[in-house]
Design a protein around this ligand. Structure first.
Ligand code: MN
Ligand code: MN
Length: 322
């Protein structure tokens, strides 16, 4: 390494953060997942939306906003970049972006490579349909648990003739054995629906569904306790749909629902996952065209950082237990 400050060096505090090509959190851009412990990845796909598209622009805008991230967490004092090797693996390249099956194949293949290399993925979506394609790679060897923050359970069977839209990933993941419903908690659920089928599937499958009203009644600390109880000590994924937040904080999303989490509640929730066996995470449904202020991308990048901190700690814990 040269001693010149690099625009993609998170330790070079004197390098102006507005310079250079915007990688996630100014980490090095890498092409081989074996070179990192945690791989940040963009999946710029929104072909699974049922209404307003735009999340395809999420990764680029979150990369840009993520240059605002610094290194040491103000509450936990964790510096994830000191704990392990964190890099930007770029975007999943699509071979036929208008063909959802082909796109899911591209995503699954990409993440299978990451998983085989022993790296842990932290993803910027993209709409929520992509998480199913990610699970096909990282949960192929055993079912995983999940902490899911969202206004929607995303367990509807079929909509507009498709079983693979952004309203269905976790139904498919349960059916195919990637997601253990008994170790899944869904937080922030709200908003009227045209059919109760998704809510009912989650409840009948044994997921813990915390509707927004219960969240408000319990408070964030009790919800953290409940989430930890549900997922236990097994491998756990964190999926953060930005529409779980109130659109006051994150208007840039395709399916906004009022009456949601505040940003500080979302941050506290993610922070409360410290010590769990986290094996990956994503922030999805950031649709920058609906938020010209850019704040939703900043919120998304910050939530990625909040996930990155406990993810890095989990990586280190697994290594020292191995
Ligand atoms: Mn969702
Ligand atoms: Mn949602």
């Amino acid at each position: 390494m040269s001693d010149r400050p690099s625009a993609t060096d998170t330790t070079a505090l004197w390098a102006p953060r507005y310079m250079g090509l915007p990688s996630f959190m100014r980490t090095p851009v890498v092409s081989d997942p074996a070179d990192v412990d945690i791989a940040m990845i963009g999946v710029p796909y929104d072909g699974g939306v049922t209404n307003r598209p735009g999340a395809r622009h999420g990764p680029r805008e979150m990369r840009s906003a993520s240059t605002m991230m610094r290194t040491i967490h103000h509450v936990t004092r964790v510096n994830p970049f000191d704990l392990c090797r964190v890099g930007d693996l770029g975007d999943v390249a699509f071979t036929k972006v208008h063909d959802q099956d082909a796109t899911f194949e591209d995503i699954t293949k990409f993440y299978a490579g990451v998983h085989a290399a022993g790296a842990v993925p932290l993803t910027a979506g993209g709409d929520h349909s992509i998480t199913y394609a990610i699970f096909r790679a990282i949960a192929a060897d055993r079912p995983i648990g999940m902490v899911h923050i969202d206004a929607h359970t995303d367990t509807w069977d079929e909509f507009l003739g498709s079983k693979f839209g952004h309203g269905s990933p976790f139904r498919r993941a349960v059916e195919d054995g990637y997601l253990d419903p008994k170790r899944a908690v869904q937080i922030g659920i709200r908003g009227a629906q045209i059919a109760p089928d998704g809510w009912d599937f989650s409840l009948n499958a044994g997921m813990r569904v915390i509707f927004m009203e219960e969240f408000t009644k319990l408070g964030v600390d009790a919800v953290i306790d409940e989430a930890r109880r549900v997922v236990g000590n097994g491998p756990t994924y964190v999926s953060f749909d930005v529409d779980g937040l109130d659109p006051v904080y994150a208007p840039g999303t395709g399916t906004p629902e009022i009456g949601g989490l505040t940003t500080i509640e979302g941050q506290a929730l993610l922070r409360g996952l410290r010590g769990l066996d986290l094996i990956g995470g994503d922030v999805v449904e950031v649709a920058p065209p609906f938020d010209p202020s850019g704040n939703t991308a900043l919120v998304g990048a910050t939530m990625m950082y909040e996930i990155l901190c406990p993810l890095a700690e989990a990586f280190v814990a697994r290594k020292s237990n191995a």
